[in-house]
Design a protein around this ligand. Structure first.
Ligand code: BTN
Length: 266
């Protein structure tokens, strides 16, 4: 047995009720990042089946959006990556995958958290003003097609406290005052992501886009933003098909990408 194998337990799966997401589940005690692990697997080995899930109890170099680190207390939360192969989706429509994955997570958590559960554009999972989780999708593109998509998801589940430098993080336990079974939650999330993904695959784009918009945090609310060095009050109007956020500042409506606009909480 080599060093790597020592840390890996591949589970015979019986609590995963979907067709393919989670049917091949690899759990790892400790890894740098489940996204890295899955990408290495894709480049080093035999074909990896769609829906393969890599779940880690602990990540020592978890990655977040925009080169941030993703912090998660060992063994307390969900940190996992799913392999999807959305070859039916042109690269120009990759934001629809973000929508489907966000919706799958929302639908899985809805029975626990209800209507206060929102998607903060582009793909943060929010409860009221706290960040419950985030998504890091890394696409491997060939020509105009997405050959492989590594969908990394981090959700705060049983963590009791967070470091001072992540002041807006919140966990399911902090909200509902009880511990959750991580595997059961994972299986529910996989089932719901699969359902949303299959809607996308079946061409039900409008359904997925509308459902995403209905859950959008701060949609049509007067809030403060910062863009281009300017602080202003604005209203989120919509998310364009390509994923750009449109905000009306009382004068004009402008489109922003993720790096161009900041939500100010006060
Ligand atoms: C964000 O910045 O909000 C995205 C966070 C994504 C974190 C998850 S945890 C599992 C997967 N592996 C990583 O290194 N990152 C993602």
């Amino acid at each position: 047995m080599n060093d790597l194998e020592l840390h890996i337990i591949t589970l015979q799966n019986n609590i995963f009720s979907g067709l393919f997401v989670g049917q091949n589940l690899i759990t790892i005690n400790k890894v740098d990042s489940t996204n890295n692990y899955l990408k290495d697997l894709l480049s080093n080995s035999k074909p990896v089946s769609e829906g393969t899930v890599i779940m880690a109890e602990s990540q020592y170099a978890g990655r977040g959006q925009q080169q941030n680190r993703w912090h998660s207390e060992d063994g307390k939360n969900l940190t996992f990556s799913i392999l999807l192969k959305p070859i039916f989706l042109p690269v120009t429509q990759q934001f629809d995958l973000t929508r489907a994955v966000s919706l799958g997570i929302i639908n899985a958590l809805e029975p626990h958290l209800g209507a206060q559960l929102k998607i903060k554009w582009p793909n943060d999972i929010y409860f009221e003003n706290g960040k419950l989780g985030g998504i890091l999708i890394e696409n491997i593109v060939q020509g105009n097609q997405i050959k492989n998509s590594v969908v990394g998801i981090g959700l705060n589940i049983n963590q009791d406290t967070f470091p001072a430098d992540v002041p807006n993080a919140v966990s399911l336990k902090q909200i509902l005052r009880k511990d959750y079974d991580l595997k059961l939650l994972l299986s529910d999330i996989c089932k719901n992501i699969e359902a949303a993904y299959l809607n996308l695959k079946a061409g039900r784009l409008e359904f997925v886009r509308n459902a995403y918009l209905e859950r959008l945090y701060w949609l049509n609310e007067h809030k403060m933003f910062k863009a281009g060095g300017r602080i202003f009050e604005g209203l989120i109007k919509e998310v364009k098909d390509n994923g750009l956020l449109t905000v009306f500042d009382g004068d004009v409506t402008s489109e922003y990408n993720q790096k161009e606009i900041e939500f100010l909480n006060k």
